[in-house]
Design a protein around this ligand. Structure first.
Ligand code: FAD
Length: 687
């Protein structure tokens, strides 16, 4: 699920959360498989300030009257929270801050002043669960907090809620709905209607903007606010400093101090490894899995000695931007000396800067900013005042304020920010854009997650991933669309044999352990533990459904069962439903599966090998009797891959199979499948 998901302002009380190498995404913050939350650098101010878990006291101390909480997994909700806080401040002079609910206690929510406002931007994950950083808040509110004896206890609370979700998931936007219900039931007053956004069709931002307009209108009416011309006032300071750009005191892409110090000592950074301290894993092998020349799928292996994983976990890959795009961004902003060392500090006490400092302009662009994704309408509106001429400013403002014009002239052309700025200005650099604005406005890079396709029993110190390289050529778009992380993975695989076709800085920032020509190529990664797991007993049968790269974790499952069998253990029956477009071109691990034919029942679906498109759900239905028989033997049913059509179609096919083979009504089949889920017999890892 992709996030997450930009505004001129007056000096502001905004919790600027800059997460270098942040986590999660590939998209949004919304209703996807779970991934770890991301706070690699330092704690929020709130954590540093003594008894700072009391946000009401923190607001009073820092003279704030609006707090924007975010339940964020991949950064989308967090990013929207920052932008909303900026807008409320710049347009209406409100004294705003953003807050991670994980950093606060909510026992004193009933003391929240009536003159204040609390906004909640809450993403849902998986089965409608709140994000990791909002779990405690939900359990507190959901367990009838006893602020007082008499029911309605938040009568002073003015609040607004917007949920971020994905309609393709069964419990769409449950976290947003629940938050609105909890606060309303406890007597709070909603300013404007509850709103929610659907990420399934890439329209989350438009849903958010439509809700925001209604919320702002209600707030303006209730508080009698007057809108003023928004003036950008930074929450952070960016200063050029006198320092040697190659000094080992300047961060050139290291995610934290441990990494910087290790580079000084010419060492590999030590563990423990986690989301705040990724390991520099050596790439030990890589190979192409497709035989077709225009598409790529890379099997890549990493030496992860020192980090523990179990089969079914995810590998988080902390990637960087392609040099071509880094240089385009430098040109678009007219940065004269991109390697100039700079120091970053906060101007607002409630803010936190997570980009390590001192660093350089280029480092931030290369390692910290999502410069390659689609541009949001909010970013465009907020950058307009810095246009190189009045004419360009007008055109930019028009695009930012007109949904239809933006859709046809920006979104449809698939510009990234640098391409768009250069297009709008006819190639003139946007020299007036302050770099603090860039850091505060452009979303921050999120690591990409990959299902681990190896077995921890078979290879405890080597993790493999199976990544399809994202490249698209679209009619009406004058450039090839390239996914950032997967194209770096391709470049890394090519660099292993000495022929990288793209320009990525694959050597370590301070160039100490390896170089492009060396075999010792390392990248920052960490393991994210998942709940997608083989049954504890190897005898329990399993049914795995994973077309395309959805087969990745099942390769690990099958290898694990094979090594258990080789060790003399009895293993249960295993059915694998996988597929691709063509049997001879993109059937992943085609030659490997044969060696497991003694326990693996493999069914393949190739969608483009015949006039009739055949998908995994068709194969499932063809094998209805066997599938149902295995379910009755206690099999666990797994689905991995596309969260869109595939997982829905597989779910519908399973309902049909259960109804038909079990002779059940559709209601009873639904109950049967729900029971499977509640007993962990139906597990999904979809994205
Ligand atoms: P991104 O840079 O995120 O781009 C995404 C898409 O946007 C691409 O199609 C790209 O062409 C398009 N795009 C680029 N620029 C623009 C623009 N300016 N305007 C509009 N569109 C644009 N993937 C796998 O291959 N294998 C796995 O095993 C796997 N497991 C996963 C497990 C989990 C839990 C999750 C959450 C995801 C998993 N993914 C997996 C998906 C993976 O994390 C990435 O999302 C995927 O590899 C694409 O990353 P990217 O950085 O290459 O693409």
């Amino acid at each position: 699920m992709a996030d997450i998901n930009f505004i001129a302002s007056v000096v502001v009380a905004l919790a600027v959360v800059f997460v270098a190498y942040k986590y999660f995404n590939g998209g949004p913050d919304v209703q996807s498989s779970k991934a770890g939350n991301s706070t690699p650098f330092g704690n929020s101010k709130a954590d540093e300030d003594g008894d700072s878990r009391d946000f009401v006291a923190l607001m009073e101390k820092n003279n704030k009257n609006v707090i924007v909480f975010y339940g964020s997994q991949t950064g989308t909700a967090e990013d929207l929270a920052s932008k909303l806080a900026k807008e409320l401040s710049s347009k209406y002079g409100l004294r705003t801050m953003t807050a991670d609910p994980e950093n606060f206690d909510f026992e004193k929510l009933d003391t929240f002043p009536e003159s204040h406002l609390a906004v909640f931007l809450m993403a849902s994950y998986g089965d409608g669960e709140p994000t990791d950083n909002a779990q405690d808040l939900y359990s507190f509110l959901g367990n009838s907090p006893s602020f007082s004896q008499d029911g309605e206890t938040l009568e002073n609370l003015n609040f607004a809620v917007f949920g971020l979700g994905n309609v393709l998931y069964e419990f769409y936007n449950k976290a947003g709905k629940d938050m609105h219900k909890y606060l309303t039931d406890l007597g709070g007053h909603s300013i404007g209607p509850y709103g929610e956004g659907d990420d399934s069709k890439g329209m989350l931002e438009e849903d958010y903007m439509a809700w925001k307009d209604e919320f702002l209108a209600a707030l303006v009416a209730k508080w009698g606010l007057t809108e003023r011309e928004a003036v950008y006032e930074p929450s952070i300071s960016v200063k050029e400093i006198e320092e040697d750009a190659h000094s080992h005191d300047v961060y050139l892409g290291e995610p934290n101090l441990k990494h910087l110090q290790a580079s000084k000592a010419q060492e590999i950074p030590k563990g423990p490894y986690n989301a705040s301290n990724p390991m520099l894993a050596k790439i030990t092998a890589a190979r192409e899995l497709f035989t077709n020349t225009d598409r790529h799928c890379i099997h890549m292996e990493f030496d992860t000695t020192g980090a523990r994983y179990t089969t079914g976990d995810h590998l988080a890959f902390w990637f960087q931007n392609n040099e071509e795009e880094v240089q385009r961004f430098v040109k678009a902003l007219g940065i004269a000396n991109p390697q100039q060392p700079i120091a970053i500090s906060v101007l607002d006490k409630t803010s936190t800067v997570r980009i390590p400092s001192p660093t350089t302009y280029e480092t931030i662009i290369r390692h910290f900013l999502e410069i390659n994704g689609p541009v949001s309408r909010q970013v465009l509106s907020s950058i307009a005042p810095f246009a190189p001429s009045e004419e360009v400013k007008k055109a930019t403002q028009q695009l930012g304020s007109n949904k239809e014009l933006f859709a046809s002239h920006v979104a449809a052309k698939k510009f990234n920010i640098a391409r768009l700025l250069l297009h709008l200005s006819g190639g003139q650099p946007w020299k007036n854009v302050p770099f603090s604005f860039v850091i505060e406005t452009i979303p921050h890079l999120q690591p990409r997650y990959y299902s681990i396709s190896s077995s921890s029993v078979q290879s405890p110190n080597t993790v493999s991933i199976t990544a399809v390289v994202e490249r698209q050529t679209l009619t009406g778009v004058d450039h090839e669309l390239r996914g950032v992380a997967t194209n770096q993975i391709l470049a890394l695989s090519e660099a292993l044999v000495g022929h990288p076709s793209m320009t990525y800085r694959l050597q370590q920032p301070h160039d100490f352990t390896n170089s492009l020509s060396s075999q010792d190529i390392r990248v920052p990664v960490h393991i994210r533990h998942s709940l997608f797991k083989l049954p504890g007993k190897p005898t329990v049968p399993i049914i795995m459904v994973g077309p395309g790269t959805g087969v990745a974790p099942f390769r690990g499952f099958v290898h694990e069962r094979a090594s258990q069998k080789a060790a003399g253990k009895e293993v249960g029956k295993a059915m694998l439903f996988t597929g691709s477009r063509h049997a001879n071109e993109d059937f992943l691990y085609r030659d490997e599966w044969k060696q497991f034919s003694d326990f693996l029942d493999l069914e393949t679906a190739f969608s483009r090998d015949s006039s009739k498109k055949v998908y995994v759900q068709h194969k499932l239905k063809e094998r209805a009797k066997d599938v149902f028989a295995l379910l009755n033997e206690g099999a666990v049913f797994y689905v991995c891959g596309d969260a869109g059509g595939m997982s829905h179609d597989v779910h519908s096919a399973l309902l049909e199979i259960v109804a038909q083979e079990g002779n059940l009504s559709s209601e009873d089949a639904d109950k049967f499948v729900r029971k499977m889920r509640s007993r962990n017999k139906y597990q999904e890892d979809v994205w």
